[in-house]
Design a protein around this ligand. Structure first.
Ligand code: NAP
Ligand code: ZN
Ligand code: ZN
Length: 349
């Protein structure tokens, strides 16, 4: 018998959340049942539910930054046990057979990985996310949260953390490299922490200087306002790597001009409108303009272990289930320091 569980549900695009219920499947032999303790609010939840990326399936329960404790396991589960601290990120299945899945890059599955919410399983069942009491997930898509990272500050690592860790790793952020993080929101603030822990020289490019003190505390060596035109002049030809986390469109040519020879700008922010740039901005310094999407399961585990080793978690503001509508407005207004995390126990209140 499927279980009925408490959840926050939005009935349609742009409509507020209501306390309601959703169904979770009966655990199969390979499934893990997770009592969700915390769920982070990612800007992607908002893009999706407001249909900024295209039509969504309603009623919808978002949430792909999930941290909790294993409540039950199927008969064949070997990797997780009741009582373990675990997390779930942006996808809950993939084909496991294509070259990308085999390479541990399930997020680029050629059949299409199954999103944690607003997606269909390969059996055609609608998926629903972490703004809920519990979730049932195949053991291969469940991460271990190491000792030393509390569940509340771990939740945002499952999307924001891995989305920055993966490109920082892939493009070689480390000692001797100048790395810029554009936008210091949920993703960006984790980028500052991780790039700094990797040993890179880290610069934040934020709209204003209002977050400068925080940025330096999180590990930034330099902090500039992009509202100041001089910033782009001062930093011309400066960076090896720019990671752009901004949820809105930017004048890309100005950002590309800050890359040195062979530098790369990686977009992880996903605004709804297309971007424009002049090919001259790349050709003149053999620059690369790239993109990156979350990370695979193996790399996500590596990121969690790295964060535990370096004492990294997200900077969070904890909220109740009844605060989510207001919190979304604050995310859109860039008024969050630096991730809202829903305390799922507040369903009891
Ligand atoms: P967020 O917390 O809202 O942070 C976005 C930051 O961008 C803001 O804090 C702000 O930083 C800056 N910003 C916002 N509007 C801006 C504007 N009009 N001009 C310039 N800067 C602006 O969002 P998030 O959760 O970090 O997500 C960021 C983006 O990444 C979203 O588009 C999301 O969908 C996407 N995302 C992608 C992946 C992936 O795998 N590629 C994964 C997760 C999320 P300052 O205040 O410092 O200027
Ligand atoms: Zn996300
Ligand atoms: Zn695949």
């Amino acid at each position: 018998m499927p279980q009925t569980v408490d959840a926050l549900v939005t009935p349609g695009a742009g409509q507020p959340f209501e306390r309601s219920t959703i169904q979770r499947r009966d655990p199969g032999p390979h499934d893990v049942v997770i009592d969700i303790h915390y769920a982070g609010i990612c800007h992607s939840d908002i893009h999706t539910a407001r249909e900024e990326w295209g039509p969504a399936s309603f009623p919808l329960t978002p949430g792909h930054e999930i941290a909790g404790v294993v409540a039950a396991v199927g008969d064949s589960v070997t990797t997780h046990a009741v009582g373990d601290r675990v997390g779930v990120g942006c996808f809950v299945d993939s084909c496991r057979e294509c070259e990308n899945c085999k390479a541990g890059e399930e997020q680029y599955c050629l059949r299409g990985e199954v999103g944690t919410y607003n997606a269909q399983t390969y059996d055609g069942e609608q998926t629903q996310g972490g703004y809920s009491r519990s979730i049932v997930v195949d053991e291969n898509y469940v991460l271990r949260i190491p000792e030393g990272v509390e569940l509340d500050v771990a939740a945002p690592l499952l999307c924001a953390g891995i989305t920055l860790y993966s490109p920082l790793h892939h493009w070689g952020a480390g000692p001797g490299k100048r790395v810029a993080i554009v936008g210091m929101g949920g993703l960006g603030h984790m980028g500052v922490k991780i790039a700094s822990a990797l040993g890179a020289e880290v610069t934040v490019l934020s709209q204003t200087l209002s977050k400068e003190e925080d940025g330096r505390r999180l590990g930034a060596d330099h902090f500039y306002a992009t509202s100041d035109k001089d910033t782009f002049k001062k930093l011309r030809g400066h960076f090896d790597l720019i990671v752009n986390t901004v949820s809105a469109n930017l004048p890309l040519d100005r950002y590309l001009s800050m890359l040195r020879l062979d530098g790369a700008m990686v977009n992880v922010g996903l605004p709804e409108e297309p971007e424009n740039f002049r090919p001259f901005s790349l050709a003149g310094m053999r620059r690369t303009l790239a993109g990156s999407k979350i990370g695979g399961i193996r790399e996500t585990q590596e990121m969690l272990d790295f964060c535990a080793e370096h004492g990294l978690g997200a900077e969070i503001e904890k909220i109740t289930v009844d605060d989510v509508n207001e919190a979304w407005e604050r995310v859109i207004a860039s008024d969050v320091r630096y991730r809202f995390v829903i305390d799922i126990a507040s369903f009891d209140k």
